[in-house]
Design a binder for this molecule. Structure first.
Ligand code: SAM
Length: 219
């Protein structure tokens, strides 16, 4: 693991990223503040640190990507995190989205199916001393043993209705899941109003790597 250092240069680049996200329509001040505070370059290979503040997805190895900051901002905004919320993330990847959730005061559980990413990101979290709980496995089945959750966020593109995840929400809880085909997905927000009653809304189109697993795409 490389030495982590947050320089003035990176702080300046982060400020410009926050401005760019505002210009693209991100309005939630707390989300913008969190993006302004979490050094995104820590979640990048060191050779590419200077790419970390472009509003772009970027390869992180194992054929996966760190999500675009705009996408992270949109998904986080939809969750409307309150300090103390218990959030499940499906698709740990680089760990950046989980770190944003933790910065907002959430207790975060995150699942990754690729062992190499699970290992490197768990190590990064211990180095950063962030209390994010990492699990290795198929996130499409959720994490019933740690639920129910105030929010569940899926950071890979799914294809099914996510019934098994809805039931792991608390009443008032929110599931944010990109759903569609392998090439394009709609951002779906499912709110559990009360037990057995849900509201579903759609929030724009995105392009994610596929969610693979029992309730996702076949590998
Ligand atoms: N949240 C990540 C970040 O901030 O870097 C996004 C990473 S990437 C867009 C999506 C991740 O979901 C990949 O690391 C991929 O391996 C993972 N993934 C795909 N299907 C999964 C599943 N069934 N369970 C857990 N993780 C899965």
């Amino acid at each position: 693991m490389h030495h982590l250092k947050d320089s003035f240069k990176h702080k300046g680049m982060r400020k410009r990223l926050v401005e760019a996200l505002k210009n693209k329509g991100i309005r939630d001040e707390k989300v913008l503040e969190a993006i302004g505070l979490v050094p995104r370059h820590y979640f990048f290979p060191k050779d590419f640190w200077d790419n970390a503040y472009d509003d772009k997805a970027f390869p992180i190895g194992s054929g996966q990507t760190i999500s675009q900051p705009y996408t992270v901002a949109c998904q986080t905004q939809l969750l409307n995190i309150q300090p103390g919320d218990v959030i499940l993330e499906i698709g740990t990847g680089s760990g950046y989205q989980a770190a944003i959730l933790a910065q907002l005061g959430a207790t975060v559980f995150t699942i990754e199916r690729i062992e190499a990413l699970f290992k490197s990101t768990s190590q990064l979290f211990s180095k950063l001393k962030v209390p994010i709980h990492c699990f290795l496995g198929d996130g499409t089945i959720g994490l019933p043993s740690k639920g129910p959750f105030d929010g569940i966020v899926v950071t890979a593109g799914g294809n099914s209705l996510a019934e098994q995840l809805k039931v792991q929400l608390k009443p008032g809880g929110k599931l944010v899941v990109p759903m569609g085909d392998r090439s394009i997905q709609k951002m779906v927000l499912i709110k559990k109003v009360v037990e057995n009653k849900y509201e579903r809304t759609e929030h724009g189109e995105f392009k994610f790597v596929p969610l693979l697993g029992k309730y996702g795409w076949e590998t």
